[in-house]
Ligand binder design. Sequence first.
Ligand code: FMN
Length: 432
Amino acid sequence: MKIVTGVSGSPKVYAAAIDPGNSTLTDLLTTAELAEQHRFDALFAADLLSFGSQGAIGAQEPLIVLSALSAVTEHLGLIATVTTTFHHPYNLARLFGTLDHISNGRAAWNAVTSSVGEENYGDAELPSPEERYARAAESIEVVNALFDSWGPDALTPDGRGGAVLDATRVRPIDYAGQHFTVRGPLNIPPLPQRRPVQFQAGQSDGGVELGARYAEVVFTSLSTLDDALSYAKRIRTRAAELGRPDGLPLIFGSLHATYGATESEALRLVREREEATDFEAGRRTLADMLGGAVDLSELPLDKPIPERLLPEVASVHRRRGRVEIFNGYARSGKTLRELIIAAKDTGHWAAAGTPEQLADAIEERYTAGVLDLIGLGGLDDPRTRDFLLNGLLPELRTRGIVGRDYLGATFRDNLELPPLPPPHSGIASAAS
Ligand SMILES: Cc1cc2nc3c(=O)[nH]c(=O)nc-3n(C[C@H](O)[C@H](O)[C@H](O)COP(=O)(O)O)c2cc1C
């Protein structure tokens, strides 16, 4: 199993924007160096394109942050979350192509369709999930065709550290789809990895279809083992139908861990966090998890949400995957108070305990075949860092669940991914 840690625009980054004395890039550099020293496999940066949404304030541009961190690392994969809804695929190919070159083959693209941000891109309304996913599929097709637009022998080393270009071996892609018309070729030489590792996040039917068709790794929020088992079955069955290699896509889940030297210490920290909950603000966060159209402002905290208020997933315009998760929680009988507390983890997997107990929970998913990459955060917090580096990681390595060193030069090699499909042979249009 591979281990990933998060680097995103933490509030400190935001603070630094107005306090140059507190150099925040140093914090991120320290995190990256520590992660590589302890043989983490990758750094992950989420991304949100709107001021108001949860966790978005201070979220700086992932590709720029990871490019900076690529200069102080040699092995770590660099996973940047970038939306297909508000970017053009020719730019995406240039951005990720450049990251792959400057990192010597460690770029990875976590493709998302966004659920916020339309106000910043001239859209009166966020396009529908169907339209966002159709555009996402075309984006990935175009980007892959651009990466494949150089023949393997287009460049011949000239023996003086340079190369001779045979432009006849570089061909246009002539892509004509519903959303994009792109002539190409890409003006960046073939990538060290040929293509960045393709991640995807989004768990609605549209998300599962996109992940099954294109992703090598899917980033998920699966709070229970049962959710993970049914999701894994769903996406791998579809991937097999589409002729994808066995075992793809790999499943990446982040664990929101609460550590304790004893179980009671960990549970006390969970209790204290719950008691500190601002339930009025929590009503809004939960309403957002439920698609944003339900009004929870007057409901009693210690009763379940009436079934008639739970949204139809198909009617949800923003994040259907999260609504599926929180409808499930609500139908399991959780009270509004319990749902508000659960919304703090935004549907992600949360567990508390000693490092050994957390290793048990991880091992359970790993041996069930539903956890290939795990996201473990907190390297920037001294207490969590100590439990993670001196407790959980050694325990996972002792059990042989996590490796002790990198397996190859590129991120793709280190993930032991199956070979990529043969290069595109010039695609006319996705619609054909
Ligand atoms: C685990 C997970 C993480 C996600 N991270 C992001 C993110 O960082 N930025 C973003 O714009 N969307 C993110 N998304 C949401 C995607 O944008 C998704 O395409 C969109 O919300 C629709 O999601 P759905 O298919 O679950 O309905 C994430 C989704 C999941 C499941």
